[in-house]
Design a protein around this ligand. Structure first.
Ligand code: FE2
Ligand code: FE2
Length: 138
């Protein structure tokens, strides 16, 4: 079975997924300006994807005998359009880094199901990262 360290870091992943799900959804609700419709719909779609990540990780954690957290990391919806997109780029970059660590840990522990789950989620986080970079115009 998975180590306590792996289960703890998976709970950290859930807390972050819950955070970004709320953050992106409320950025979508509150965003103003000329590009608000377009950016808002991207934010909304990604917010829903992040909630589905939280669901999948929580399901796996329950299977591993751990109670999943329901507490998000602190949500931040402040800033101008460009500032919020930059924050979201940073969120995706740190998710990518965290999930690479989890994939390595799961692999080292011979937990191929957890490894595969996070490989699938990682691929989506890389697309989110790219989408936000495009929205910023980079
Ligand atoms: Fe995610
Ligand atoms: Fe993401």
């Amino acid at each position: 079975m998975a180590s306590a360290e792996l289960k703890n870091i998976m709970n950290e992943a859930i807390a972050r997924e819950l955070k970004v799900s709320i953050q992106y959804m409320f950025q979508h609700i509150m965003i103003k300006g000329k590009r608000a419709r377009f950016i808002g719909s991207e934010l909304r779609a990604i917010a829903i994807a992040e909630m589905l990540h939280a669901e999948k990780i929580a399901e796996r954690l329950v299977y591993l005998g751990e109670i999943p957290t329901t507490t998000p990391k602190p949500v931040d919806i402040t800033g101008t359009e460009m500032e919020i997109i930059q924050k979201d780029i940073d969120e995706e970059a740190s998710a990518i880094e965290l999930y690479k660590r989890i994939i390595k840990m799961a692999n080292d522990e011979g937990d191929s199901t957890t490894r595969l789950l996070f490989e699938q989620i990682l691929a989506e986080e890389e697309l989110h990262h790219q989408t936000f970079q495009t929205l910023l115009g980079e």
